[in-house]
Design a protein around this ligand. Sequence first.
Ligand code: FES
Ligand code: FES
Length: 137
Amino acid sequence: MTFPYTKEVLEHFRNPRNVGKMEDPDGKGLEGSAACGDMVAVYLKVNPDTLVIEDISFESYGCASNIATASVITELAKGKTLEEAKKITWKEAANALGGLPHVKAHCSVLAVEGLRSAIRDYEEKHGMVVEKEATTT
Ligand code: FES
Ligand code: FES
């Protein structure tokens, strides 16, 4: 294949799922990439009893890879508990997209960091943060 993007990446890029700002989110994450200066925001609605992500949306100020991974990550995370959603990796997202160009790996890492930061925000607001969480990624 000479074209760098798979058809799944292009499809998510052209038609991103769960895109847009959420009013009154329960958790919100904003992450920026030191590599390219792009940013991604992730918003969550969480069921306080089951801790299931009932709704999720994102805004991306990044490239096609970032938009496509953020889109696929929202699909992967919706309906999962916070603990399950924390385990979503950029590789899983990249696989769901049929692969990403290697130089674009950090664009998908950025999307995953946005999700994790939104989860952390929810946990902090609800007094769920455990001290030993200093080591991430
Ligand atoms: Fe910045 Fe991909 S180049 S998010
Ligand atoms: Fe910056 Fe991809 S080049 S996140």
